[in-house]
Design a protein. Structure first.
Length: 178
Protein backbone atom coordinates (compact mmCIF):
# COMPACT_ATOMS: atom_id res chain seq x y z
CA UNK A 1 0.00 0.00 0.00
CA UNK A 2 1.21 3.49 -0.87
CA UNK A 3 1.00 5.51 2.36
CA UNK A 4 1.78 8.95 3.72
CA UNK A 5 1.26 10.86 6.97
CA UNK A 6 -0.36 14.26 6.56
CA UNK A 7 -1.56 17.31 8.45
CA UNK A 8 -5.06 18.55 7.62
CA UNK A 9 -6.48 21.95 8.51
CA UNK A 10 -9.28 23.53 10.48
CA UNK A 11 -12.33 24.81 8.56
CA UNK A 12 -11.18 28.46 8.44
CA UNK A 13 -7.78 27.52 6.99
CA UNK A 14 -9.39 25.18 4.46
CA UNK A 15 -11.76 27.94 3.35
CA UNK A 16 -8.91 30.40 2.82
CA UNK A 17 -6.98 27.82 0.76
CA UNK A 18 -10.08 27.12 -1.34
CA UNK A 19 -10.41 30.89 -2.03
CA UNK A 20 -6.78 30.98 -3.22
CA UNK A 21 -7.43 27.95 -5.43
CA UNK A 22 -10.47 29.63 -6.97
CA UNK A 23 -8.40 32.74 -7.69
CA UNK A 24 -5.70 30.62 -9.33
CA UNK A 25 -8.25 28.71 -11.40
CA UNK A 26 -9.45 31.97 -12.93
CA UNK A 27 -5.92 32.94 -13.98
CA UNK A 28 -4.04 29.69 -14.64
CA UNK A 29 -4.83 26.58 -16.65
CA UNK A 30 -4.38 23.43 -14.56
CA UNK A 31 -6.08 20.85 -12.37
CA UNK A 32 -6.97 22.09 -8.87
CA UNK A 33 -6.26 19.70 -6.02
CA UNK A 34 -9.61 18.31 -4.80
CA UNK A 35 -10.67 20.15 -1.65
CA UNK A 36 -10.67 16.99 0.45
CA UNK A 37 -7.04 16.33 -0.53
CA UNK A 38 -5.52 19.66 0.54
CA UNK A 39 -2.91 18.85 3.19
CA UNK A 40 0.75 19.09 4.18
CA UNK A 41 2.57 15.80 3.70
CA UNK A 42 4.58 15.29 6.88
CA UNK A 43 6.12 11.99 5.82
CA UNK A 44 5.80 10.01 2.60
CA UNK A 45 6.10 6.33 3.46
CA UNK A 46 5.80 4.89 -0.04
CA UNK A 47 4.83 1.26 -0.53
CA UNK A 48 4.38 -0.32 2.89
CA UNK A 49 3.62 -3.95 3.75
CA UNK A 50 0.13 -4.37 5.21
CA UNK A 51 1.62 -6.03 8.31
CA UNK A 52 3.25 -2.68 9.30
CA UNK A 53 0.06 -0.61 9.29
CA UNK A 54 -0.84 -1.35 12.93
CA UNK A 55 2.67 -0.28 13.95
CA UNK A 56 2.42 2.98 12.00
CA UNK A 57 -1.04 3.70 13.43
CA UNK A 58 0.30 3.06 16.94
CA UNK A 59 3.16 5.50 16.41
CA UNK A 60 0.81 8.21 15.18
CA UNK A 61 -1.63 7.59 18.04
CA UNK A 62 1.14 7.84 20.64
CA UNK A 63 2.71 11.06 19.37
CA UNK A 64 0.98 14.29 20.27
CA UNK A 65 1.30 17.39 18.11
CA UNK A 66 0.40 20.41 20.24
CA UNK A 67 -1.04 23.60 18.78
CA UNK A 68 1.10 24.63 15.85
CA UNK A 69 1.09 27.93 14.02
CA UNK A 70 1.63 27.67 10.31
CA UNK A 71 2.00 30.56 7.92
CA UNK A 72 1.12 30.40 4.25
CA UNK A 73 3.49 32.98 2.85
CA UNK A 74 3.47 32.76 -0.93
CA UNK A 75 3.08 30.68 -4.05
CA UNK A 76 5.74 28.64 -5.78
CA UNK A 77 5.70 26.90 -9.14
CA UNK A 78 7.41 23.52 -9.19
CA UNK A 79 8.43 22.01 -12.50
CA UNK A 80 8.22 18.23 -12.46
CA UNK A 81 8.64 15.67 -15.24
CA UNK A 82 4.99 14.61 -14.82
CA UNK A 83 3.62 18.16 -14.91
CA UNK A 84 4.07 21.52 -13.23
CA UNK A 85 2.46 22.27 -9.88
CA UNK A 86 1.63 25.35 -7.84
CA UNK A 87 2.33 25.13 -4.11
CA UNK A 88 1.41 27.40 -1.25
CA UNK A 89 4.65 27.81 0.70
CA UNK A 90 4.24 27.00 4.38
CA UNK A 91 6.36 28.08 7.33
CA UNK A 92 5.93 25.85 10.38
CA UNK A 93 6.94 26.53 13.94
CA UNK A 94 9.31 24.52 16.11
CA UNK A 95 6.51 22.29 17.47
CA UNK A 96 6.00 20.79 14.00
CA UNK A 97 9.74 20.24 13.52
CA UNK A 98 9.94 18.57 16.95
CA UNK A 99 6.96 16.37 16.11
CA UNK A 100 8.64 15.32 12.85
CA UNK A 101 11.88 14.40 14.67
CA UNK A 102 9.90 12.19 17.05
CA UNK A 103 7.86 10.70 14.21
CA UNK A 104 10.92 9.92 12.09
CA UNK A 105 12.78 8.40 15.04
CA UNK A 106 9.79 6.25 16.03
CA UNK A 107 9.37 5.00 12.46
CA UNK A 108 13.09 4.32 12.15
CA UNK A 109 13.07 2.38 15.44
CA UNK A 110 10.46 0.06 13.87
CA UNK A 111 12.47 -0.33 10.64
CA UNK A 112 10.09 1.75 8.58
CA UNK A 113 12.32 3.37 5.97
CA UNK A 114 12.93 7.08 6.26
CA UNK A 115 11.64 9.36 3.52
CA UNK A 116 14.67 10.31 1.42
CA UNK A 117 13.13 13.54 0.14
CA UNK A 118 12.90 15.16 3.55
CA UNK A 119 10.26 17.56 4.80
CA UNK A 120 9.43 20.45 2.49
CA UNK A 121 6.38 22.17 3.98
CA UNK A 122 3.90 23.08 1.28
CA UNK A 123 0.34 22.58 0.12
CA UNK A 124 -0.20 21.55 -3.51
CA UNK A 125 -3.00 23.71 -4.89
CA UNK A 126 -2.85 22.82 -8.60
CA UNK A 127 -1.29 20.14 -10.81
CA UNK A 128 -0.62 19.98 -14.55
CA UNK A 129 -0.26 23.75 -14.61
CA UNK A 130 0.30 25.57 -17.90
CA UNK A 131 1.85 28.97 -17.15
CA UNK A 132 5.19 30.72 -17.19
CA UNK A 133 4.41 33.24 -14.45
CA UNK A 134 2.48 33.00 -11.22
CA UNK A 135 -0.41 35.40 -10.74
CA UNK A 136 -0.39 37.68 -7.72
CA UNK A 137 -2.71 36.47 -4.98
CA UNK A 138 -3.50 39.18 -2.47
CA UNK A 139 -4.75 36.91 0.31
CA UNK A 140 -1.20 35.78 1.17
CA UNK A 141 0.35 35.66 3.71
CA UNK A 142 -2.02 34.31 6.33
CA UNK A 143 -1.87 32.12 9.45
CA UNK A 144 -3.58 28.77 9.61
CA UNK A 145 -4.12 25.88 11.98
CA UNK A 146 -3.63 22.14 11.72
CA UNK A 147 -6.48 20.19 13.29
CA UNK A 148 -5.76 16.53 12.42
CA UNK A 149 -2.87 14.21 11.66
CA UNK A 150 -3.88 11.40 9.30
CA UNK A 151 -2.43 8.20 7.93
CA UNK A 152 -3.46 8.21 4.28
CA UNK A 153 -3.55 5.57 1.59
CA UNK A 154 -2.91 6.89 -1.91
CA UNK A 155 -3.98 4.92 -4.96
CA UNK A 156 -2.80 6.26 -8.30
CA UNK A 157 -5.33 6.34 -11.12
CA UNK A 158 -5.54 7.86 -14.60
CA UNK A 159 -7.46 10.82 -13.21
CA UNK A 160 -5.09 11.43 -10.27
CA UNK A 161 -4.47 10.08 -6.81
CA UNK A 162 -7.34 8.75 -4.74
CA UNK A 163 -6.80 9.33 -1.02
CA UNK A 164 -8.34 7.24 1.72
CA UNK A 165 -8.05 8.06 5.43
CA UNK A 166 -6.84 5.05 7.41
CA UNK A 167 -6.39 6.84 10.77
CA UNK A 168 -7.25 10.37 11.90
CA UNK A 169 -6.05 11.94 15.14
CA UNK A 170 -7.44 15.29 16.32
CA UNK A 171 -4.90 17.74 17.66
CA UNK A 172 -5.48 18.79 21.25
CA UNK A 173 -5.82 22.53 21.48
CA UNK A 174 -4.21 24.35 24.39
CA UNK A 175 -5.83 27.37 25.96
CA UNK A 176 -9.34 28.43 24.98
CA UNK A 177 -12.00 25.99 23.91
CA UNK A 178 -11.46 22.66 22.15
Amino acid sequence: MRLFIAAYFDAATEEKLHEIQEGLSKKVQGRPTPHDQIHITLRFLGNVDANKIDTIEGIIANLALPDATIIFDGLHQVNRRFGNMIWANVRVDETVHDYLKQLNQSLSDKNIIEDKQGFRPHVTLMRKVVTTTLPEIYTLPFEGEIDTIRLMRSTLSETGAIHETMLSMLIKKTGGST
